[in-house]
Design a binder for this molecule. Structure first.
Ligand code: H2U
Ligand code: ZN
Length: 346
């Protein structure tokens, strides 16, 4: 089914609507053109603060690491100590609250030049199990209620260093996006006695048009309500709260899907495709969370080429998000690229 007229779609996870304007995709572009990332990086960069054996900005030395490498962010946005300097205000229009937390940086591998799709499956599994263990350890801390695993990839997304890395920020209060997803999944579960994403994936697998890759345990699709042009949702097939709960078979299945999604991204415009990606795990708030299904969102900014991005401005900032190409067209384009990474083709 190809809809060609303006319409709205509902995001049942966030409870928000997106405006879809398929007829607008051919409008001319005379605006900002992005720089493309350099095609070749060295395997080791002596000036990189994430490479093994190098000094970081804070003066700490990285060890001679061989797999993934985790360190506490030298410029952490959250601090573990309870600081009680938050101004006490009695006024309902001037509300503040103290916040505690911890921020980690996770380098994928010692290689400065290898992004996720270029790593072998065992190395991707290693990244997944590192994220699982680190976020589980953080959520075990008494004062932590949520751990956000995320990767900012590419200068367009504000990534400060090309050495492939991700971050984990854990905090004492549940953040905004998780509050929305928690309430939507809880409501759905109460009404339908089944988790929202388990039902959604089953329906997408029947319809097929937005599905990119699927195996026994995970499915990657351009969601029906996607906001970013090539947005992807990777969802588990079963109720699951934390990365740590995945079996080794499920970790392998997830690694395979991650390799497929990121390879198709890079192959779309034959560049290292920028995005912000992150897992949504359940909060660690002492509740059982039977409604929760572990999933990851990929939010890539590019629209029609390696150099033309989608801007979330004007109408998006002031009214609601809007997209031009439909999620079905985006899925078709991502499915039609070769499955071997362009840098690894003979
Ligand atoms: P981004 O490129 O996604 O911003 O991540 C890099 C993070 O690494 C960033 O949060 C941290 C920055 O604070 N960092 C260190 O902890 N030590 C350093 O020596 C430089 C950067
Ligand atoms: Zn490096």
């Amino acid at each position: 089914m190809m809809i060609k007229t303006p319409h709205r779609r509902f995001n049942p996870l966030s409870g928000e609507w997106v405006l879809v304007s398929p007829h607008r995709a051919t409008r001319p572009w005379l605006g900002q053109v992005e720089k493309t990332p350099p095609a070749m990086l060295p395997a080791y960069d002596p000036t990189c603060y994430l490479c093994p054996r190098n000094e970081r900005a804070g003066g700490m030395m990285n060890p001679d690491y061989h797999d993934s490498y985790v360190f506490e962010n030298d410029f952490a946005a959250l601090l573990p100590q309870a600081l009680d300097e938050t101004p006490a205000s009695q006024h309902p229009l001037f509300v503040a609250a103290p916040e505690q937390g911890k921020c980690l940086v996770v380098c994928f591998s010692p290689r400065h030049d290898l992004t996720l799709p270029e790593l072998g499956l065992p190395a991707i599994e290693n990244v997944l199990t590192t994220w699982a263990k680190q976020s589980a350890d953080l959520m075990e801390e008494e004062y932590i209620q949520y751990a956000q695993v995320f990767e900012n990839k590419g200068a367009v997304m504000g990534c400060s260093n090309p050495h492939p890395h991700s971050q984990i920020w854990a905090q004492s209060q549940i953040p905004n996006e998780i509050i929305k997803e928690l309430s939507a999944q809880t409501e759905y579960y109460k009404t339908n006695n089944s988790p929202l994403l388990v039902d959604y994936v089953r329906e997408e697998l029947k319809r097929k048009e937005r599905v990119l890759f699927s195996n026994d345990h995970f499915t990657a699709m351009v969601p029906y309500w996607a906001v970013w042009p090539f947005e992807v949702l990777v969802s588990a097939h079963r109720p699951s709260r934390y990365l740590k709960e995945l079996s080794s078979i499920e970790v392998s299945a997830l690694a395979e899907i991650f390799k497929q999604v990121t390879t198709s991204y890079d192959n779309l415009f034959e560049i290292s495709f920028p995005y912000s990606m992150g897992f949504h795990q359940a909060p660690a708030d002492g509740q059982p969370h039977p409604e929760w299904v572990l999933h990851a969102h990929f939010y890539p900014p590019l629209l029609r080429s390696a150099t033309v991005r989608k801007f979330m401005v004007g109408y998006e900032m002031l009214a609601m998000p809007q997209r031009d190409i439909t999620p079905e067209v985006a899925a078709e384009r991502l499915r039609s690229v070769p499955d071997i990474h362009y840098k690894q083709r003979g």
